[in-house]
Design a protein around this ligand. Structure first.
Ligand SMILES: [Zn+2]
Length: 221
């Protein structure tokens, strides 16, 4: 229209219908071209925009994907780490358990050994005691029956010249003299047999242990 106007302004005085028609046609073609061009540009722009948008989205998607992968990786790493720690812990616990078990076993073994030793010692002591008791009994019986190492018996056997008491040599050294009468042994008798002097009949009620202790105290056996 602009071209037409200018044309009209300059050539309004001499109108030629052919020129006008040509001009109009030219104008129309121009307009069409411009329109086409504008449209193409618009389209191009739109396409460009779309492309940019797509690119942007693609980038976003990529970023998302990357993040996701990263997260996934971290998650796996954490999981691995956890597993490793768990394995380590289990190993440690197992070791500790094993150690405790060994310790317990060792303790039990020592206890058993100790008990065995105790039993052995007890048995030994019992046997010793029994032996001693038997010996004591034999000696006391010998003493009471007269078959002893007192001087009187030794004299009778012809093993000693003197039958008299070694503590105070006025009477014969017999079992009855030593156990009941000897004055030199009065205090010892009182200590072990609860009496300064005894009647031979009292010997019946005396304990074997007491008689043995008294005789050991005299030093005559
Ligand atoms: Zn005497």
């Amino acid at each position: 229209m602009h071209i037409l106007c200018e044309c009209e302004a300059k050539t309004s005085h001499s109108h030629n219908p052919l020129i006008t028609q040509f001009l109009v046609q030219t104008l129309y073609v121009c307009e069409q071209r411009e329109k086409k061009f504008v449209n193409r540009e618009k389209k191009e722009r739109k396409r460009e925009e779309k492309r940019k948008k797509r690119e942007k989205e693609s980038k976003k998607r990529e970023k998302r994907e990357k993040n996701r992968k990263k997260r996934e990786k971290e998650r796996k790493k954490r999981k691995r780490e956890k597993k490793r720690k768990k394995r380590k812990r289990e190993k440690r616990e197992k070791k500790e358990k094993e150690r405790k078990r060994k310790k317990k076993k060792e303790k039990e073994r020592k206890k058993r050994e100790r008990e065995k030793k105790d039993r052995k010692r007890e048995k030994r002591e019992k046997e010793r005691k029994k032996k001693k008791e038997r010996k004591t009994l034999t000696l006391v019986v010998d003493l009471l029956t007269g078959h002893n190492t007192l001087r009187r018996h030794l004299h009778v056997m012809g093993l000693s010249n003197d039958p008299d008491c070694r503590k105070r040599g006025t009477e014969e050294e017999t079992s009855v003299h030593i156990l009941c009468e000897c004055e030199a042994l009065a205090s010892l008798r009182h200590q072990y047999l609860r009496s300064l002097f005894l009647d031979p009949e009292d010997i019946r009620v005396l304990g074997v242990g007491a008689i043995w202790n008294f005789m050991e105290g005299t030093g005559l056996l």
